[in-house]
Design a protein around this ligand. Structure first.
Ligand code: WTA
Length: 683
């Protein structure tokens, strides 16, 4: 439970100024509202819902659910019977009711400094309507799945909201994923259309995205799933084309007229040509509260990604409320989340949460280190960013260059800093707090998952005293518990499995097309609880500290990867008989991939093979999964029943000789051999 009083020692606070305007001004204030939110969730969320437009009101219970597999099917329903449209609430409501039409929705900042564009709420509404009409003209209907594979451009937001406007379900695939990954996701969600772009720059590197998209579509065809339509945005290959609304694509300073864009007239459609003829008015499709809004794939421990499904009303309420309270959003804020929209952080906290509040955001296409390591702070000063949200891996990366590149810029506008993606190590926290925020800005360390839809454990900036490295306390409506291996709830200071006891509006509803997998993954181990898969410690003051994943999942640069997925990519190479992948701590990425491979008979290990294996993983999954270390392992440490002892492999990867109990090991000489042939340098 939440303590009555916040601790006074060993904690950090934000500035007093923040308290003056904050929504939640004190710990007592937080606690009081928190109690209300869990004792009477219907009333709490009902108040949040009042800010939104409902075509029809809900009937029955506000939040209905079953979290206990022993009592039947798992379900969560929020505001059943109500109908609404999320794009209407994000755009029309802000333009017409709240009179925010001229307010900037996005400052788009391209990869290249100087490449910029401003989009107001009114313009965004018009562009979303136009593109919604385009989708309709291409036969996309309510409930159809649309795959989106795009760089960080305004049109990505336009495409997702256009889907939402007509009740189509978007499935965004991060543009860093490979053609194979895209194909797998298109097929799993049975998408009828793909939206992509010609290409983009990541720093100096040109990515020909259309080439990858085409490769993915060919793979789909080869596997018997022809997808007949692909809409391509010209982001680089041609200067912006004029439409009735003026320039539709950013005036890319670094355009690339020579980019070779493959074009298949039978399948490919030009975004600009389609939009040119489309009306900028489009009546929204009124959707039921529990209609699907989007699918987003996340790694699963079996290796096959899971299509996490979120639905309309609950997700809207939850992202709106968390955005408002966790960043303490105020009308004149300029907010910047550096995540990519291809991940859940971008879905919830670049598109849905901020727009639901009528916020002004920076949408950044580039990298924190391009053209130099001051880029982030330059952007903060350029747009007077007040609330800034990034990942520990980015902080650690920039920390390496010291404080000078940060201090070249003033950063006076900053009020709140946020982090997400993995536990932040106290050293990085201190640097973020002292150097970036100059001890003035509280840090909201937000713990959440693709599955949770929004923040679940998090400080509130003016209310929660911070402890570096702790995600502190639950958000409203969220009831965490810590369980031991036998599923007993632990009280007071303790460590174990982090679970949640009841739903909140934004929790996922199912794994697309596989409800059983949803139940097995999250509800089977401890009936009655949603199991996060993370370990957690609670200290004497009741603060929660995430200790990391306790399943076969790795967190590389804030992105979850399943060891099984990387292993299966490796064993697909004919030279590999068996593979085992473990995480090895990495100073910037958090974890790096250390791969043990047992080769097929007669194959010898050499640099060429190593390079091929690396390439294989990149092609199967994407660059984020590139192995950092590959070790030739003539044999792997296994139990007598043949189970690979990953715990031992993790020790070998780190060169730690203290192996603990290895009595179940079938052949202990294998371990010594692996220690002797450790891979000391990254491949
Ligand atoms: C980890 C990202 C500690 C955690 C929003 C979780 C964190 C996984 C934090 C979800 C944090 C995320 N402190 N760990 N503040 N935020 N994680 O689905 O292991 O990409 O289960 O969602 O990231 O990653 P996902």
């Amino acid at each position: 439970m939440i303590p009555d009083k916040a601790p006074k020692e060993d904690v950090f606070h934000g500035s007093e100024d923040l308290k003056k305007e904050a929504h939640i001004t004190s710990f007592e204030n937080y606690k009081e509202l928190y109690m209300k939110s869990i004792e009477n969730p219907d009333e709490f969320w009902g108040d949040v819902a009042k800010d939104f437009f409902w075509k029809t009101k809900h009937t029955g219970q506000f939040l209905d659910y079953n979290f206990d597999v022993t009592k039947g099917e798992i379900f969560v329903k929020c505001m059943e019977g109500a109908s609404t449209n999320i794009s209407y609430n994000l755009l029309d409501r802000n333009v017409h009711e709240r009179k925010l039409g001229d307010k900037v929705a996005f400052y788009w900042e391209g990869n290249e400094p100087g490449d910029e564009l401003t989009v107001t709420y009114r313009e965004l509404l018009q562009r979303v309507c136009q593109f919604a009409n385009v989708l309709k003209s291409q036969g996309v209907k309510k409930g159809d799945r649309v795959s989106i594979y795009m760089p960080m451009v305004v049109e990505l937001v336009v495409a997702m909201l256009a889907c939402a406007r007509i009740g189509a379900v978007h499935s965004i695939v991060f543009a860093g994923f490979s053609a194979e990954s895209l194909c797998e996701r298109i097929m799993d969600s049975q998408c009828s259309l793909l939206i992509t772009a010609d290409g983009f720059y990541r720093g100096d590197k040109l990515i020909n995205l259309k080439l990858l998209a085409d490769e993915a579509l060919q793979k789909c065809r080869d596997k018997g799933f022809p997808i007949e339509k692909c809409i391509m945005l010209k982001h680089l290959s041609k200067e912006a084309e004029e439409t009735s609304l003026g320039s539709q694509s950013p005036p890319a300073k670094r355009s690339c007229p020579d980019l070779q864009v493959p074009w298949n007239p039978e399948v490919d459609l030009c975004w600009h040509a389609l939009v040119r003829g489309a009306s900028d008015e489009c009546e929204p499709e009124w959707c039921g509260s529990e209609d699907p809004l989007f699918i987003l794939y996340t790694s699963g421990s079996t290796g096959k990604p899971k299509g996490v499904l979120h639905t309309v009303s609950g997700y809207m309420l939850y992202t709106a409320a968390t955005f408002k309270l966790v960043f303490d959003y105020q009308l004149d804020d300029v907010y910047w989340c550096t995540a990519d929209i291809g991940w859940i952080t971008g879905h919830s906290y670049i598109t849905y949460g901020p727009l639901a509040n009528g916020a002004t955001s920076v949408l950044f296409e580039g990298l924190p280190t391009y053209p130099d390591v001051s880029r982030m702070w330059e952007i903060v000063d350029k747009y007077h960013v007040t609330k800034f949200y990034t990942a520990p891996t980015a902080i650690r990366l920039l920390m390496k260059y010291g404080s000078e590149p940060v201090q070249k810029y003033k950063r006076e506008s900053l009020k709140v800093l946020g982090t997400v993606g993995e536990p932040i190590n106290p050293e990085a926290w201190q640097w973020y707090y002292n150097v970036v925020g100059e001890r003035r800005c509280p840090i909201v360390d937000t713990f959440w998952q693709t599955e949770t839809g929004g923040h679940v454990l998090t400080p509130l900036p003016a209310a929660t005293p911070m402890k570096p490295g702790s995600a502190t306390f639950p958000f409203f409506g969220v009831v965490p518990a810590i369980l031991n291996e036998s599923g007993e709830e632990l009280e007071g200071p303790s460590e174990g499995y982090l679970v949640f006891k009841q739903p909140w509006p934004g929790v996922m509803r199912t794994v697309y097309g596989n409800h059983q997998r949803f139940e097995t993954t999250y509800f089977k181990k401890f009936p009655g609880y949603y199991v996060t898969g993370d370990g957690c410690r609670r200290d004497k003051d009741g603060y929660y500290w995430i200790t990391g994943r306790i399943d076969d999942m790795l967190n590389v640069s804030g992105h979850l990867l399943s060891t099984a997925e990387v292993e299966s990519a490796l064993v697909e190479h004919e030279a590999v008989a068996e593979a085992a992948v473990v995480g090895r701590p990495h100073p910037v990425k958090g974890e790096s991939l250390y791969c043990f491979v047992t080769l097929a008979d007669g194959v010898t290990y050499n640099r060429t093979l190593e390079a091929e294996l690396k390439k294989q993983v990149r092609e199967k999954i994407g660059a984020i999964a590139t192995p950092d270390y590959i070790q030739n392992a003539p044999a792997l440490p296994k139990t007598r029943s043949g189970k690979i002892m990953r715990r031992v492999l993790r020790k070998i990867a780190c060169d730690e000789r203290d192996l603990g109990d290895i009595s179940t090991l079938a052949d202990s000489s294998v371990v010594e051999q692996l220690f002797q042939n450790r891979c000391c340098t990254a491949v």
